[in-house]
Design a protein around this ligand. Structure first.
Ligand SMILES: [Zn+2]
Length: 282
């Protein structure tokens, strides 16, 4: 059996949460540790799921995968960010959102501060589709414009685990449908109101993506027309959700290990993630 790798000699073995540690424990560990930022959102999830759904899912996936990865490499998990870019949900209410520019600024502030404190390896692990393009902008700004001495990856967990989703018949995680309802039944069942779930099998594409593959298409009114969901939640089960979480966690854990072990010069081969780093000659 592998013994857990300590993130620093003062960090208790098995501890992966940044916010339970002290300054004296964290500071000596910073330079040799990969710091994961789980990125959530607070937004409406139809009639039956709580607004914390994306944050709850990415929080669980980040902590479980980091715990697995920490058996091989030093990993810490920052507090999950509960706000993201969710303006497309504002017309339906029950949503707290940041503009894209604020969100990119916020990510750059948080990561830039971590770099000042000595962290050199950072993963932005995203749990909300609306954040996806912004996390790539932040990574580019931090490395290419601010030229920080930093090895950083940005990835949405469902992209890293694309094979897992496809093996279970999902082309994407969707929103407030079969996938997310199953995950929440496994993770936080007391917050799922099955009696209020929509059982209409009509599939919605509120972002308009499938209209023309490869293009990002936006138009007003599509989210309102969809009633805030993409697909039918009628077949969701806790068993499916638990299987998905386990398999996704295994993939994300392997990614964290590979990422941590990759050098800045060789870090761009990590599949599914958008990796940016300061060139070695700098
Ligand atoms: Zn969601």
């Amino acid at each position: 059996m592998r013994s857990p790798v300590h993130v620093g000699e003062r960090v208790p073995p098995g501890t992966i949460a940044f916010d339970v540690l002290t300054r004296d424990e964290l500071n000596p560990a910073a330079a040799g540790t990969t710091l994961v930022f789980p990125l959530g959102s607070t937004e409406q999830h139809a009639h039956h799921l709580p607004t914390r759904t994306d944050s709850a899912c990415v929080d669980a996936i980040a902590h479980r995968s980091a715990r697995l990865a920490a058996e091989q490499v030093p990993v810490l998990v920052a507090p999950t960010l509960p706000f993201g870019c969710a303006h497309h949900h504002l017309p339906l209410g029950a949503t707290l959102s940041l503009t894209t520019s604020t969100y990119v600024d916020l990510l750059c502030d948080l990561v830039g501060g971590a770099v000042r404190e000595g962290f050199r390896s950072v993963v932005l692990l995203n749990g909300h589709g609306g954040n996806d393009s912004a996390i790539r902008l932040a990574v580019d700004r931090l490395v290419h414009e601010e030229r920080l001495d930093l090895h950083i990856a940005a990835a949405s967990y469902w992209v890293l685990a694309d094979d897992v989703l496809r093996a279970h018949g999902f082309a994407s995680p969707g929103h407030a449908g079969h996938f997310e309802t199953s995950l929440m039944l496994a993770l936080e069942p007391d917050l799922v109101h099955l009696d209020r779930r929509v059982t209409d099998p009509t599939e919605w594409t509120p972002l308009g993506r499938p209209d023309i593959p490869g293009a990002s298409i936006r138009r007003p009114g599509l989210w309102e027309a969809s009633d805030g969901r993409t697909d039918d939640a009628a077949r969701a089960t806790a068993e499916l959700g638990a299987a998905l979480v386990d398999e996704i966690v295994a993939v994300v854990a392997r990614f964290l290990v590979r990422f941590h072990r990759s050098t800045p010069a060789g870090g761009s081969d990590v599949a599914g993630a958008f990796v940016s780093h300061q060139p070695a000659e700098d």
